[in-house]
Every structure is written in C-alpha cells, then in structure tokens.
Ligand binder design. Structure first.
Ligand code: PXP
Length: 394
C-alpha cells in the first residue's frame, strides 16, 4: 500500500507524514491496505475550481473523492487494479471547520480523509438518512479508535531520582530519601522511576533498590553497567526493566552511549539472563544506525536514545541536526520492532521537540527536575515537566 500526499499549499502546521500514517492505518482497518491512495491538499480557490468543474457547484467544499477510473468502460476488477482513487481536501475549509467545531486541525483533516476514503469505498451520505447514519458511525468508530491508540502511545515521563541520593550521600545520613522522592514523583504524574545502581555506590544504595522495588507503583527501571555483581542484584530484585549503560568510575554522569557493536557477545549474554527472568532490557545508545541494528541483533526490547549531544550543542542549526538524527534513529528502531525511550540532559527548555518525536515512548529525566525542585518543590517540578511532555506528544 502507498498513500501519496501531494501538498499544493504553501504552509501547513500538520505534518503530512502524520496524515499519511493515519490514512494508511484507516485503509488497514477497512481491509484495503493492498490498495494505493492519493490525497491532494489544496486551497479554497483550487477546490472551487474542482467543485465547479466536476459537480457544477459554486465555491469551495471540504473534500471531494474521485474513485479510480470512475466511469471507465471496462470493469477494472477484472484486471485487478489496486488503486482506490484520489481525495482532494481544501485545507482552507478544513481550518475554518476546525475552528467552528472546536477541533484541532489534524483531527479535522483526519476526519476529512476518512470521509473521503469511505466515499471511495461506496459509502454515500447523500443517499438518505440510513446511509448517512451508517457513514457517520463508521467515521466516528475509526477516529475514536485512532485517538485512543495515539493516547496510549503518548510519550511518558520517567524520573531519575539518583540526584536525591547524591545529596543524601554528601552528608552520609538518611536524608533526603530517594524512596520518598519516588513516591512524590509518582503522585505528581510520573509514569516510572529510574535509578542507577553504580558499582561504586556513589548515590543509590542497595537498600534503596530493595525498598523501591516494594514501593514503586508505576514502573521501576534499573540502570546499570553489565557488571557481574550488579547483574546478580538485578536478577534478584527483578525490576520492571533494566537499562544497560556504559559505566566509568571517573565520570560525573553517564558519558556517551553503549558501544553495542564492540561488546555484542557480552551484552547478548546479559540480555539472555534478564530475559530468562522476564526482565525486558533497554540499551542506552547514541542515535546511530549501526548501534540500533546491533541492539536489535543482540535481542534488546528497547533502546534508549542518548539525547546528550542534542542538549549540549549551542547553535540552533546544530540542535536541528541532532534532532533530525534522533528522529531518524527512532524511525529505524521502530521499523526493526524495537521500543524506544530517550534521555540525558533534557530540561524544561529542550524537552518538547524530543517528546514530539513519533515512536518515542518514554523520556528519562533526572537532573533538571531535581534541580528545579530545590526552588519550586518536587511536586511542582514534576507536574511542570509532565505538562511539557504531554502537550508536545499530543
Ligand atoms: N538516561 C540515562 C541512561 C542516564 O544515565 C541518565 C543520567 O543518570 C539519564 C537518562 C537522565 O539524565 P539527566 O539526569 O541529565 O536528566
């Protein structure tokens, strides 16, 4: 199946990739995914021309459907042509209707796409009330299912509470407790808690890992190096997932992604051990095609794309380039069947474009949230970040 979108307008705030994805999904639902479809996005003057020329009606309309070779003299079913036809949509009219019905433009355009596809398949609301009801019901069913799927796939926020433990360890006493912090994060809307049990125990302690396993209500993601002692603890604690990261004693925080290619055997063995205990494994990697391919080959369930370089670069141009690399990497990972998370260095200013990348399920953020919590309180700091992530992912 190919959905071809031709954009004959100068600007559109909705990505044609998203519209094309929706159209492809709708064709699949309607069991027509072996067919090709053309969608042409035009402005009102061009739509008026089509409306006048083909329907002898004045002015623009929202959508017109032209079944493939309508009126042809031979029955095309006999030669097995897999073309559905063309849908022409006026974006100007769609924008006006979106305002009138209080809908987002993307939703309105999706509605027009589904309306157009149903016409191509023979539905026709102009044939009477019963047919109009049947068509409206089908449109509603498809759009609500799609909205629900999108909502379930929305990007979520997991919070790394290591930094709370760092403050505690600076005094060597019992406060502040990362276990309490995790509970506050969850109450404020975090979808998961991340902790990194380092070999040198510089922040998170074994006691935290075991206690958090009992108290976390959402999802526990244990970050770790593929080291014998830590693997043993992970297999005993059984977190909801582990993220393998490179670990160096001298570093302040994780530096760079895991080189999966050069350690394939070791990583595959660790993944095997985790899989035997039903613990999914994520590999923290740079957004590089070869690392994604290697992650797939060693049997990872997730990759966590390293956003550090995107966060560190200072020019807009470099940031746009890094964002593009992350988008491409997310696509490549999804197309291999890998699930995708991302994180490192994200803050209140640079997170939204990452949360908007299709395919990224969860962001792992620590430093920015814990830093802000010193001034605004942890509950507020989490809620502010949840809002950014949710709004961008919509
Ligand atoms: N993801 C991984 C793999 C990490 O190692 C870290 C840092 O602990 C993070 C995400 C979170 O990074 P930050 O604290 O910069 O938000």
């Amino acid at each position: 199946m190919t959905v071809h979108i031709q954009k004959k307008i100068s600007s559109l705030s909705v990505s044609t990739k998203k519209l094309s994805h929706f159209a492809g999904w709708a064709l699949q639902q309607l069991k027509k995914d072996d067919h090709n479809l053309n969608i042409v996005l035009v402005d009102d003057p061009e739509m008026s021309w089509f409306n006048n020329h083909y329907r002898q009606k004045k002015g623009p309309t929202n959508v017109l459907s032209f079944p493939f070779a309508e009126g042809a003299e031979i029955d095309l079913r006999l030669i097995n042509v897999k073309e559905l036809g063309d849908i022409i949509i006026s974006v100007d009219t769609a924008k006006r209707e979106a305002v009138e019905f209080g809908q987002r433009l993307e939703y309105r355009l999706n509605w027009l796409i589904v309306h157009g596809i149903l016409h191509l398949l023979g539905y026709d609301h102009e044939k009477g009330r019963k047919e109009a009801k049947r068509m409206a019901q089908k449109e509603q069913e498809l759009l609500s299912t799609y909205t629900q799927i999108r909502r379930n796939r929305m990007t979520h926020l997991a919070i790394n509470v290591d930094h709370v433990a760092t403050i505690r360890q600076a005094r060597g006493i019992t406060e502040p407790d990362p276990v309490t912090a995790a509970a506050i994060c969850e109450m404020a809307g975090a979808s998961g808690i991340v902790i990194h049990l380092r070999e040198d125990r510089r922040h998170i302690q074994d006691r935290d890992v075991y206690l958090l396993r009992k108290t976390i209500k959402t999802k526990m993601n244990l970050e770790m190096g593929a080291n014998k002692e830590i693997i043993k603890i992970a297999l005993d604690v059984k977190p909801d997932m582990v993220t393998l990261v490179p670990e160096k004693r001298q570093e302040l925080t994780t530096e760079g992604g895991l080189d999966v290619i050069s350690q394939k055997k070791k990583i595959a063995r660790t993944i095997e051990k985790m899989t035997a205990k039903n613990i999914p494994v994520s590999l923290f990697i740079d957004p590089v095609e070869e690392q994604i391919q290697a992650s797939f080959e060693v049997g990872a369930t997730f990759v966590e794309l390293h956003t550090g370089t995107y966060c560190d670069v200072t020019s807009e141009r470099a940031q746009a380039r890094e964002l593009q690399l992350l988008q491409t990497a997310a696509n490549e990972a999804v197309s291999l069947g890998l699930r995708v998370n991302a994180g490192h260095g994200l803050d209140y200013h640079n997170t939204a474009p990452i949360a908007a990348i299709d395919g990224i399920e969860e962001l792992s953020i620590g430093h920015a949230i814990i830093s802000r919590s010193v001034f605004s309180g942890l509950d507020r700091a989490v809620r502010d970040m949840v809002k950014i992530v949710e709004e961008a992912g919509r």
